[in-house]
Design a protein around this ligand. Structure first.
Ligand SMILES: *Cc1c(COP(=O)(O)O)cnc(C)c1O
Length: 342
């Protein structure tokens, strides 16, 4: 049975073209750096992201943690939003792997005020203080909101002034570029390194990219091996990654339009409160009216072949992707409407 799966864009399955590319991929041994498909993916990713070089890594968390590990010394401070993926969803890995201290900033719906960042930067000779080793931004933010280019630019100016690098958690950076109507390079030009996920809305079965200066990627390649991420005939999984970048980045506007369509239909249901201003990419957040029987709603959705995550902090999140069309969204809204109406 084909579920209508609205839990996340991580649930996307490879496209038929991706499965075909996997079956026929030319492979080598990537630790020897002679897997031609991995080399092709890394070159393409570097070019698209506007960086000198790129490295194919297993997951987004791996890419973010590899960036922290490669940028920082033990005891360094990493400035990050208090609701960032790095702080919330990465198992405290920055402490475990890199021995860094995370210095959080109150995020305004994912946006970090450049002035707030500047006030936390610590550089200089004082023997008491840790050094700020890295600033970590997130765009699009995991809450689905996109950070404006002007904020990225202002943050870059501050980071440069103090000689601190910026890493972008760009798990959904192509969604951000689609929303802003710009080339992704206009976002990534403001950061030193960027991680982007091939496995979310871009539908590759596995894998993320870490891109940055050539000397940085060389050290990151060494560190990836150290962390057990030196893989062999990885061309089989790099092949769908190439299609993720060349084809799937071109159709993200469909997912965004569908998210807006879903938000508008949900807003028509009496009692449902949709966060319309937060519908930037492929995510819709909404609150159900008081008294809705959540277990009943989840059962009704499942009975209709629809997968969704339950409410979190009083709100539900639904995510669109290439396997979700308007018919699937109409069916979802009708189930929710029926349960809400009692
Ligand atoms: C999903 C996500 C990651 C991690 O990606 P995985 O491939 O699941 O490890 C990192 N940052 C953000 C903002 C994400 O949404």
């Amino acid at each position: 049975m084909q579920w209508i799966d609205l839990r996340s864009d991580t649930v996307t399955q490879p496209t038929p073209a991706m499965r075909q590319a996997m079956a026929t991929a030319e492979v080598g041994d990537d630790v020897y750096q002679d897997d031609p498909t991995v080399i092709q993916l890394e070159r393409l990713a570097a070019e698209m992201l506007g960086k000198e070089d790129a490295l194919f890594v297993p997951t987004g968390v791996f890419g973010n943690q590899l960036a922290v590990f490669t940028h920082c010394r033990r005891g360094d401070e990493v400035i990050a939003g208090d609701d960032s993926h790095l702080v919330w969803h990465e198992n405290g890995a920055a402490a475990v792997i890199s021995g860094v201290q995370l210095r959080t900033i109150a995020s305004k719906q994912g946006l970090l005020e450049p002035s707030e960042i500047e006030s936390r930067i610590r550089v200089g000779e004082d023997i008491h203080i840790p050094r700020t080793g890295l600033i970590c931004l997130e765009n699009a933010h995991g809450n689905g909101r996109v950070i404006p280019l002007a904020t990225m630019e202002a943050t870059a100016a501050i980071a440069q002034k103090h000689g601190v690098p910026i890493h972008l958690d760009g798990a959904r950076v192509f969604n951000a570029a689609t929303y802003l109507g710009c080339d992704v390079k206009e976002i990534t030009q403001h950061v030193d390194t960027v991680m982007c996920c091939l496995s979310k809305g871009l539908a590759a079965p596995v894998g993320s990219i870490l891109a940055g200066p050539a000397a940085f990627i060389k050290r990151a390649r060494y560190n990836r091996k150290l962390l057990g991420g030196g893989w062999r005939q990885a061309g089989v999984i790099a092949a769908p990654g190439i299609l993720a970048l060349t084809e799937m980045t071109q159709r993200l506007d469909v997912d965004h339009d569908n998210a807006r369509y879903l938000a508008e239909r949900l807003a028509e249901v009496p009692g449902i409160n949709v966060d319309m201003d937060d519908v930037h990419i492929n995510m819709v957040w909404f609150a159900l009216p008081d008294g809705v029987d959540m277990p009943q709603l989840m059962d009704a959705l499942e009975a209709a072949g629809i997968r969704a995550n339950g409410a979190y902090g009083g709100k539900m999140r639904l995510v669109t992707h290439w396997q979700i069309d308007r018919d699937a969204l109409d069916r979802t809204v009708s189930v929710i409407r029926n349960v809400v109406a009692g």
